[in-house]
Design a protein around this ligand. Structure first.
Ligand SMILES: CC(C)(COP(=O)(O)OP(=O)(O)OC[C@H]1O[C@@H](n2cnc3c(N)ncnc32)[C@H](O)[C@@H]1OP(=O)(O)O)[C@@H](O)C(=O)NCCC(=O)NCCS
Length: 177
């Protein structure tokens, strides 16, 4: 991943506004250097048969979406028409999938990139691949997690104001943006 001038300027602006701690700076440098020295080469697949579902479950554990046991995750992903998994040298580092009827309506769901790999264009790659998979559908939607709208808007997704959720939890009965 190249550090473009645009990204560099954004980083400088961010660091000026909220100076990072020495620890987080050291971690960022370590992650960047170690990735470069390993010549990070991300590969993507929609092949589902060799997936380690415990790994998928543990990546779900990096976000606050509730427990996702491996057997249930496997069953859910196998019902998706489209899936994408990202690997770094054979190690699963992220994924995304669709929930769809195979013809008309498709939702992009469960997009997660491992925290230490975020910000490298991997989420973008997966969303674009799923967008293409759903190209012939009449409606393609998603629900952005809190704070993630900017990511999707950058990719050209348009915010709707008439989507509804049937609240299954107290949290879901609040409107969030
Ligand atoms: C949201 C997520 C999938 C983004 O994936 P990623 O690989 O880190 O994102 P990318 O590197 O492709 O980012 C693409 C662009 O979106 C921007 N972006 C990323 N997260 C953003 C956010 N929360 N708000 C605004 N912009 C964001 C990046 O800065 C980048 O911009 P640039 O091209 O100008 O540099 C990832 O952060 C993640 O897995 N988060 C935790 C799980 C989650 O919330 N998933 C979303 C469910 S709806």
């Amino acid at each position: 991943m190249q550090l473009t001038k645009h990204k560099f300027n954004k980083l400088v602006k961010f660091a000026r506004e909220s100076p990072p701690s020495l620890d987080s700076l050291a971690l960022a440098i370590y992650q960047n250097v170690s990735r470069k020295s390993r010549n990070m080469d991300i590969t993507y697949t929609s092949e589902i048969n060799d997936i380690d579902w415990n790994e998928v479950s543990s990546i779900f554990g990096t976000v606050d979406w509730g427990d996702r046991p491996a057997d249930l995750v496997e069953s859910a992903f196998k019902k998706s028409s489209f899936v994408r998994f990202a690997f770094d040298q054979g190690k699963l580092i992220g994924f995304g999938r669709t929930v769809d009827d195979g013809e008309f309506y498709g939702w992009v769901v469960d997009l997660i990139i491992k925290p230490e790999y975020q910000g490298n264009g991997i989420g973008t790659h997966i969303v674009k691949a799923l967008e293409k998979d759903l190209e012939s559908y009449v409606t393609t939607m998603l629900t952005a997690a809190p704070g993630k709208s900017g990511f999707y808007e950058k990719l050209g997704w348009v915010k709707q104001t008439a989507s509804y959720i049937w609240p299954r939890t107290k949290g879901q009965s609040q409107s969030f943006t």
